[in-house]
Design a binder for this molecule. Structure first.
Ligand code: SF4
Length: 472
């Protein structure tokens, strides 16, 4: 699997929030830096919302952080005395990739002006939206963020914190959220803690929230702790407040460690790169191969290939180089063009010539990219290609914010492992076991639903629903 390709689970979204960063800092600029560090979590849109206690300003658009924000646009967010700011990078897991679906979403409500950015999916958003439409509520977007913000506003007798806590009870699914009014920053996670969110502090006493610790490090905040599953946390002039709103049944997304989170992050106390290496070590124990070198699919298979190499004693080598300039900007309207895209992006080196190669990647979704990569290695003279995957076969879709493709498109849901091996043209193929995955990552509870079909945080009414579900 590889980022930016059609044949891959797509990252979900990244969120960031600031409360009173140290004096002398430009909060909009800090959020911009933090979003850069979280860019791997979403490349379709980016946005920043700031408030100085009076005005609330938002700038957002389709594109990478570097495409959305130039000096002039950041200058428009430069409000002297800004106390609260949030930011978002988006991949459209619900709602199409249109400008009006970009986040943060801002609304005027009975709680004042609110800004909200979220990562994940509310599986009951469709029913909640239908009920609200029946009651005459008007929606401006087709993403499920607006359902949450409308729900908060419905609790008109409650203050923002109480209304948000009540809304957490109403929502099902896997999500983490940052929310602001003109004076307060709030953050929350669903009761299963499927999507990550962590808290950091600034030296001068301010606070920050980010999907991953790398977002905190980029803005000079020190990691304090993860937000707990089911916890609502908020920051105001009195400091940090916390309330355990939902019972915590911790089942974080296994894919955060397999692929999504950045290698230099740590989630739930578990170092991401080290977990990837352990996945590769476990894979080598479970599925050894008669081969001469271990080659990663860059960059997604890198950590696991290191682990496979260490455990097996086979040398690691760069059998495939990645062209960092090909990818997103390459327009690939046809299947033929998409195949060309893989060739533009990856090129085999002489390291594979005449060698029996173990090729390591983190997952197989549709299988089309894997087939092309095996073909590339064979054309470059590889004697044998043994494909090893550092996760179990993906047989079920994700309803918690990852776009894994519809079930019928998942090659492992319609083919046996032997059929997949033949389809991708490998000499042998092996996936990591669920038990091995659990052991390598660490915590007792993990969401493994895309492998097992057992969904810890509920499923949508219509299980074949896709990311355009709210546009029906
Ligand atoms: S279904 Fe898979 S991708 Fe989705 S949250 Fe669970 S482990 Fe992660």
């Amino acid at each position: 699997m590889n980022e930016e390709w059609e044949d891959s689970p797509r990252e979900e979204c990244g969120v960031l929030g600031l409360y009173r960063p140290d004096p002398g800092n430009d909060p909009a600029w800090l959020v911009y830096l933090g979003l850069f560090a979280l860019q791997h979590r979403g490349q379709e849109a980016a946005g920043i919302c700031v408030s100085d206690g009076e005005q609330v300003l938002v700038e957002k658009d389709l594109g990478l952080v570097s495409e959305v924000f130039d000096e002039a646009r950041l200058a428009r967010l430069r409000l002297p005395g800004t106390e609260v700011a949030i930011g978002h990078v988006r991949y459209s897991t619900t709602g199409s990739n249109l400008r009006f679906n970009a986040q943060p979403l801002t609304v005027r409500s009975n709680k004042g002006i609110l800004g909200l950015a979220h990562n994940g999916n509310f599986v009951n958003a469709k029913e909640m939206r239908r009920d609200m439409l029946d009651e005459g509520v008007v929606f401006q977007t087709t993403n499920d963020t607006e359902v949450m913000i409308n729900r908060i506003a419905r609790y008109s007798q409650l203050n923002l914190q109480e209304a948000t806590a009540q809304t957490m009870h109403d929502l099902q699914g896997g999500f983490s959220v940052v929310l602001m009014d003109r004076h307060t920053l709030l953050g929350l996670r669903d009761g299963n803690g499927v999507r990550p969110l962590c808290v950091g502090t600034f030296a001068g006493g301010g606070f920050a929230l980010a999907s991953e610790p790398v977002g905190l490090a980029a803005i000079g905040a020190r990691y304090l702790r993860d937000v707990r599953p089911g916890e609502l946390i908020w920051f105001d002039r009195a400091g940090l407040h916390s309330r355990q709103v939902l019972e915590a049944r911790s089942t974080p997304c296994a894919f955060e460690w397999i692929y999504f989170a950045r290698g230099d992050s740590h989630l739930e106390g578990i170092d991401v790169h080290a977990a990837r290496v352990r996945l590769g070590e476990q894979l080598a124990r479970e599925a050894p191969a008669e081969a001469e070198i271990v080659v990663p699919v860059p960059d997604s298979g890198m950590g696991a290939a290191i682990g496979y190499s260490r455990q097996s004693g086979l040398p690691f080598d760069y059998g495939l180089l990645k062209n960092p300039y090909a990818g997103r900007s390459f327009i690939a309207p046809s299947q033929e063009a998409r195949e060309l895209k893989v060739r533009l992006k990856l090129s085999p080196t002489s390291a594979v010539r005449g060698k029996r190669v173990v090729l390591v990647d983190d997952s197989i979704v549709r299988g089309t990219t894997s087939r092309q990569i095996v073909a590339l290695l064979r054309e470059a003279g590889a004697a044998e290609v043994h494909f090893r995957v550092s996760s179990p076969p993906i047989r079920y879709p994700c309803y918690y914010g990852i776009d894994t493709a519809a079930r019928k498109e998942l090659v492992a849901s319609t083919h046996t492992e032997e059929e997949i091996r033949r389809l991708i043209g490998a000499d042998s193929l092996a996936f990591l076991s669920e038990r091995g995955l659990q052991r390598a990552i660490g915590p007792a509870g993990l969401c493994l639903a895309c492998f097992s079909g057992s969904y810890p945080a509920g499923t949508p009414e219509e299980q074949d629903s896709d990311k355009l579900v709210l546009e029906a």
